[in-house]
Ligand binder design. Sequence first.
Ligand SMILES: [Zn+2]
Length: 260
Amino acid sequence: MDYKKQVALLLMLLSTQVWSFTFNNSVGASFENDEVRVDVSNQTCSQLGITQSELLSLAGEAVNIYWNSVHTSRLELTKGSIVSTSSLFRTDPICSGSLNPCIPNPDLIVPSGILIACNTNAANFASTAVLALTVPNNISGDKLNGALILINDNASNQFAGKSREEKISILAHEIGHAIGLGHSPVDDSLMFHLSIDTRQALGWDDIDGVTYLYPSEQPLGGCGSIENQNSKSGFLIGLLLTFFLGSSIRSFKFQRPRIA
Ligand SMILES: [Zn+2]
Protein backbone atom coordinates (compact mmCIF):
# COMPACT_ATOMS: atom_id res chain seq x y z
CA MET A 1 0.00 0.00 0.00
CA ASP A 2 1.57 3.34 -1.00
CA TYR A 3 1.82 6.37 1.30
CA LYS A 4 -1.11 8.32 -0.15
CA LYS A 5 -3.42 5.33 0.17
CA GLN A 6 -2.31 4.87 3.79
CA VAL A 7 -3.14 8.50 4.56
CA ALA A 8 -6.52 8.23 2.84
CA LEU A 9 -7.23 5.05 4.79
CA LEU A 10 -6.35 6.70 8.11
CA LEU A 11 -8.55 9.72 7.36
CA MET A 12 -11.45 7.47 6.50
CA LEU A 13 -10.94 5.55 9.72
CA LEU A 14 -11.40 8.84 11.61
CA SER A 15 -14.91 9.05 10.22
CA THR A 16 -17.75 7.71 12.35
CA GLN A 17 -19.05 5.82 9.31
CA VAL A 18 -18.40 2.14 8.85
CA TRP A 19 -17.01 1.59 5.39
CA SER A 20 -17.46 -1.56 3.42
CA PHE A 21 -16.21 -1.11 -0.12
CA THR A 22 -14.33 -3.97 -1.74
CA PHE A 23 -11.83 -4.37 -4.58
CA ASN A 24 -12.20 -6.47 -7.68
CA ASN A 25 -8.65 -7.76 -7.66
CA SER A 26 -6.33 -9.27 -5.08
CA VAL A 27 -3.99 -6.29 -4.73
CA GLY A 28 -6.26 -3.20 -4.58
CA ALA A 29 -4.86 -2.02 -7.93
CA SER A 30 -5.51 1.47 -9.25
CA PHE A 31 -4.58 3.53 -12.29
CA GLU A 32 -1.35 5.44 -11.74
CA ASN A 33 -2.26 8.50 -13.81
CA ASP A 34 -4.85 10.97 -12.57
CA GLU A 35 -6.48 11.09 -16.00
CA VAL A 36 -7.91 7.87 -17.44
CA ARG A 37 -9.60 7.66 -20.86
CA VAL A 38 -12.78 5.74 -21.53
CA ASP A 39 -12.89 4.58 -25.16
CA VAL A 40 -15.44 2.59 -27.16
CA SER A 41 -14.54 -0.17 -29.64
CA ASN A 42 -15.49 0.37 -33.28
CA GLN A 43 -17.02 -3.14 -33.39
CA THR A 44 -20.76 -3.00 -33.96
CA CYS A 45 -23.44 -2.89 -31.24
CA SER A 46 -26.16 -4.14 -33.56
CA GLN A 47 -28.54 -5.49 -30.91
CA LEU A 48 -28.31 -2.58 -28.48
CA GLY A 49 -30.15 -0.21 -30.76
CA ILE A 50 -27.49 2.47 -30.30
CA THR A 51 -24.45 3.52 -32.25
CA GLN A 52 -20.90 3.42 -30.92
CA SER A 53 -21.04 7.21 -30.82
CA GLU A 54 -24.15 7.11 -28.62
CA LEU A 55 -22.51 4.52 -26.36
CA LEU A 56 -19.49 6.79 -25.98
CA SER A 57 -21.79 9.69 -25.13
CA LEU A 58 -23.50 7.60 -22.41
CA ALA A 59 -20.08 6.68 -20.98
CA GLY A 60 -19.10 10.34 -20.93
CA GLU A 61 -22.21 11.20 -18.94
CA ALA A 62 -21.60 8.25 -16.60
CA VAL A 63 -18.13 9.45 -15.62
CA ASN A 64 -19.20 13.07 -15.18
CA ILE A 65 -22.38 12.41 -13.18
CA TYR A 66 -20.77 9.80 -10.95
CA TRP A 67 -17.02 9.27 -10.56
CA ASN A 68 -15.75 12.72 -11.54
CA SER A 69 -17.92 14.36 -8.90
CA VAL A 70 -15.84 13.17 -5.92
CA HIS A 71 -13.71 16.06 -4.66
CA THR A 72 -11.57 13.85 -2.42
CA SER A 73 -10.50 11.71 -5.39
CA ARG A 74 -7.70 12.61 -7.80
CA LEU A 75 -9.20 10.48 -10.57
CA GLU A 76 -10.47 12.25 -13.66
CA LEU A 77 -12.13 9.97 -16.16
CA THR A 78 -12.35 11.46 -19.63
CA LYS A 79 -14.60 10.65 -22.54
CA GLY A 80 -12.21 9.21 -25.13
CA SER A 81 -13.06 8.22 -28.68
CA ILE A 82 -14.17 5.33 -30.87
CA VAL A 83 -11.05 3.22 -31.36
CA SER A 84 -10.28 0.52 -33.89
CA THR A 85 -10.02 -2.92 -32.27
CA SER A 86 -9.88 -6.56 -33.28
CA SER A 87 -13.23 -8.24 -33.99
CA LEU A 88 -12.33 -10.62 -31.13
CA PHE A 89 -13.58 -7.95 -28.74
CA ARG A 90 -17.05 -8.63 -30.14
CA THR A 91 -16.86 -12.41 -30.30
CA ASP A 92 -14.46 -13.76 -27.66
CA PRO A 93 -14.86 -14.74 -23.99
CA ILE A 94 -13.54 -12.18 -21.53
CA CYS A 95 -11.81 -14.92 -19.50
CA SER A 96 -9.79 -17.95 -20.56
CA GLY A 97 -11.85 -20.78 -19.12
CA SER A 98 -14.32 -20.13 -16.34
CA LEU A 99 -15.60 -16.71 -15.33
CA ASN A 100 -14.77 -17.23 -11.69
CA PRO A 101 -11.92 -17.18 -11.01
CA CYS A 102 -11.17 -15.28 -14.21
CA ILE A 103 -7.91 -15.55 -16.06
CA PRO A 104 -8.14 -12.67 -18.55
CA ASN A 105 -8.26 -13.66 -22.20
CA PRO A 106 -4.83 -12.57 -23.56
CA ASP A 107 -6.41 -11.61 -26.89
CA LEU A 108 -8.55 -8.95 -25.21
CA ILE A 109 -5.93 -7.15 -23.12
CA VAL A 110 -6.55 -3.39 -23.01
CA PRO A 111 -3.20 -1.59 -23.37
CA SER A 112 -4.23 1.49 -21.39
CA GLY A 113 -7.32 3.10 -19.92
CA ILE A 114 -10.83 1.68 -20.10
CA LEU A 115 -12.34 0.13 -23.23
CA ILE A 116 -16.05 -0.57 -23.72
CA ALA A 117 -17.07 -3.07 -26.40
CA CYS A 118 -20.28 -4.85 -27.38
CA ASN A 119 -19.96 -8.62 -27.21
CA THR A 120 -22.00 -11.69 -28.14
CA ASN A 121 -20.04 -14.58 -26.63
CA ALA A 122 -22.27 -17.14 -24.91
CA ALA A 123 -19.72 -17.87 -22.19
CA ASN A 124 -19.79 -14.21 -21.20
CA PHE A 125 -23.55 -13.86 -21.26
CA ALA A 126 -25.30 -17.02 -20.16
CA SER A 127 -28.61 -15.16 -20.10
CA THR A 128 -30.17 -12.01 -21.50
CA ALA A 129 -30.34 -10.69 -17.94
CA VAL A 130 -26.57 -10.32 -17.73
CA LEU A 131 -26.14 -6.72 -18.77
CA ALA A 132 -22.35 -6.38 -18.83
CA LEU A 133 -19.05 -7.82 -17.61
CA THR A 134 -15.96 -5.97 -16.49
CA VAL A 135 -12.43 -7.23 -15.92
CA PRO A 136 -9.37 -5.09 -15.14
CA ASN A 137 -7.29 -7.27 -17.47
CA ASN A 138 -3.96 -5.43 -17.54
CA ILE A 139 -2.41 -5.17 -14.07
CA SER A 140 1.28 -4.79 -13.15
CA GLY A 141 1.86 -5.21 -9.42
CA ASP A 142 -0.67 -2.83 -7.85
CA LYS A 143 -0.79 -0.67 -10.99
CA LEU A 144 -3.86 -0.93 -13.15
CA ASN A 145 -3.03 -0.29 -16.79
CA GLY A 146 -6.16 -1.31 -18.64
CA ALA A 147 -9.68 -2.60 -18.05
CA LEU A 148 -12.33 -4.06 -20.36
CA ILE A 149 -16.09 -3.59 -20.15
CA LEU A 150 -18.21 -5.84 -22.37
CA ILE A 151 -21.89 -5.02 -22.95
CA ASN A 152 -24.29 -7.87 -23.76
CA ASP A 153 -25.17 -7.42 -27.44
CA ASN A 154 -27.03 -10.68 -27.93
CA ALA A 155 -30.58 -10.66 -29.28
CA SER A 156 -33.17 -9.86 -26.58
CA ASN A 157 -30.53 -8.50 -24.22
CA GLN A 158 -32.05 -6.50 -21.38
CA PHE A 159 -29.64 -3.56 -21.64
CA ALA A 160 -31.36 -2.36 -24.83
CA GLY A 161 -34.69 -1.91 -23.03
CA LYS A 162 -33.30 0.30 -20.28
CA SER A 163 -33.96 4.03 -20.19
CA ARG A 164 -31.15 6.47 -21.00
CA GLU A 165 -30.67 7.22 -17.29
CA GLU A 166 -30.58 3.52 -16.45
CA LYS A 167 -27.99 2.85 -19.15
CA ILE A 168 -25.84 5.65 -17.74
CA SER A 169 -25.99 4.27 -14.18
CA ILE A 170 -25.26 0.73 -15.42
CA LEU A 171 -22.21 2.01 -17.32
CA ALA A 172 -21.14 3.98 -14.23
CA HIS A 173 -21.34 0.76 -12.16
CA GLU A 174 -19.19 -1.12 -14.68
CA ILE A 175 -16.72 1.76 -14.80
CA GLY A 176 -16.57 1.46 -11.00
CA HIS A 177 -15.36 -2.12 -11.50
CA ALA A 178 -12.95 -0.94 -14.21
CA ILE A 179 -11.24 1.51 -11.85
CA GLY A 180 -10.74 -1.24 -9.27
CA LEU A 181 -13.84 -1.45 -7.08
CA GLY A 182 -15.77 -4.61 -6.29
CA HIS A 183 -19.35 -4.85 -5.07
CA SER A 184 -20.42 -3.04 -1.92
CA PRO A 185 -22.72 -4.69 0.63
CA VAL A 186 -24.19 -1.25 1.36
CA ASP A 187 -27.51 -1.04 -0.48
CA ASP A 188 -27.27 2.75 -0.78
CA SER A 189 -24.35 2.43 -3.21
CA LEU A 190 -23.84 2.41 -6.96
CA MET A 191 -21.57 -0.60 -6.40
CA PHE A 192 -24.38 -2.54 -4.66
CA HIS A 193 -25.22 -5.15 -7.27
CA LEU A 194 -29.01 -5.24 -6.90
CA SER A 195 -30.01 -1.62 -7.51
CA ILE A 196 -27.59 -0.47 -10.18
CA ASP A 197 -30.10 0.89 -12.66
CA THR A 198 -32.05 2.89 -10.08
CA ARG A 199 -29.09 4.94 -8.85
CA GLN A 200 -28.81 8.63 -9.58
CA ALA A 201 -25.68 9.43 -7.58
CA LEU A 202 -22.84 7.76 -5.73
CA GLY A 203 -23.41 6.62 -2.16
CA TRP A 204 -20.99 7.30 0.70
CA ASP A 205 -19.38 3.87 0.38
CA ASP A 206 -18.67 4.47 -3.33
CA ILE A 207 -17.07 7.79 -2.38
CA ASP A 208 -14.96 6.14 0.33
CA GLY A 209 -13.84 3.46 -2.14
CA VAL A 210 -12.75 5.79 -4.94
CA THR A 211 -11.12 8.11 -2.39
CA TYR A 212 -9.10 5.22 -1.00
CA LEU A 213 -7.92 4.06 -4.44
CA TYR A 214 -7.37 7.58 -5.79
CA PRO A 215 -6.69 9.91 -2.86
CA SER A 216 -6.38 13.56 -3.78
CA GLU A 217 -3.39 15.57 -2.56
CA GLN A 218 -5.55 17.82 -0.39
CA PRO A 219 -5.98 15.62 2.73
CA LEU A 220 -2.22 15.33 3.30
CA GLY A 221 -1.80 18.92 4.65
CA GLY A 222 -4.97 18.74 6.72
CA CYS A 223 -3.77 15.67 8.58
CA GLY A 224 -0.62 17.37 9.90
CA SER A 225 -2.39 20.59 10.86
CA ILE A 226 -4.93 18.78 13.01
CA GLU A 227 -2.27 17.22 15.22
CA ASN A 228 -0.06 20.32 15.42
CA GLN A 229 -2.76 22.72 16.56
CA ASN A 230 -4.22 20.78 19.45
CA SER A 231 -2.34 18.11 21.33
CA LYS A 232 -5.54 17.01 23.04
CA SER A 233 -7.26 16.30 19.74
CA GLY A 234 -4.07 14.58 18.57
CA PHE A 235 -4.31 12.23 21.53
CA LEU A 236 -7.98 11.61 20.76
CA ILE A 237 -7.13 10.88 17.14
CA GLY A 238 -4.51 8.40 18.35
CA LEU A 239 -7.08 6.63 20.47
CA LEU A 240 -9.56 6.54 17.61
CA LEU A 241 -6.93 5.17 15.25
CA THR A 242 -6.03 2.45 17.70
CA PHE A 243 -9.68 1.53 18.08
CA PHE A 244 -10.49 1.57 14.38
CA LEU A 245 -7.30 -0.12 13.27
CA GLY A 246 -7.97 -2.85 15.77
CA SER A 247 -11.61 -3.35 14.96
CA SER A 248 -12.36 -2.26 11.42
CA ILE A 249 -9.42 -2.89 9.17
CA ARG A 250 -10.34 -6.52 8.81
CA SER A 251 -13.52 -5.52 6.96
CA PHE A 252 -11.30 -4.43 4.11
CA LYS A 253 -11.77 -6.99 1.36
CA PHE A 254 -9.72 -7.97 -1.63
CA GLN A 255 -11.31 -10.11 -4.28
CA ARG A 256 -10.47 -11.95 -7.42
CA PRO A 257 -11.20 -10.11 -10.69
CA ARG A 258 -14.82 -8.94 -10.72
CA ILE A 259 -16.76 -9.94 -13.73
CA ALA A 260 -20.27 -8.50 -13.36
ZN1 LIG B 1 -21.12 -5.33 -10.62
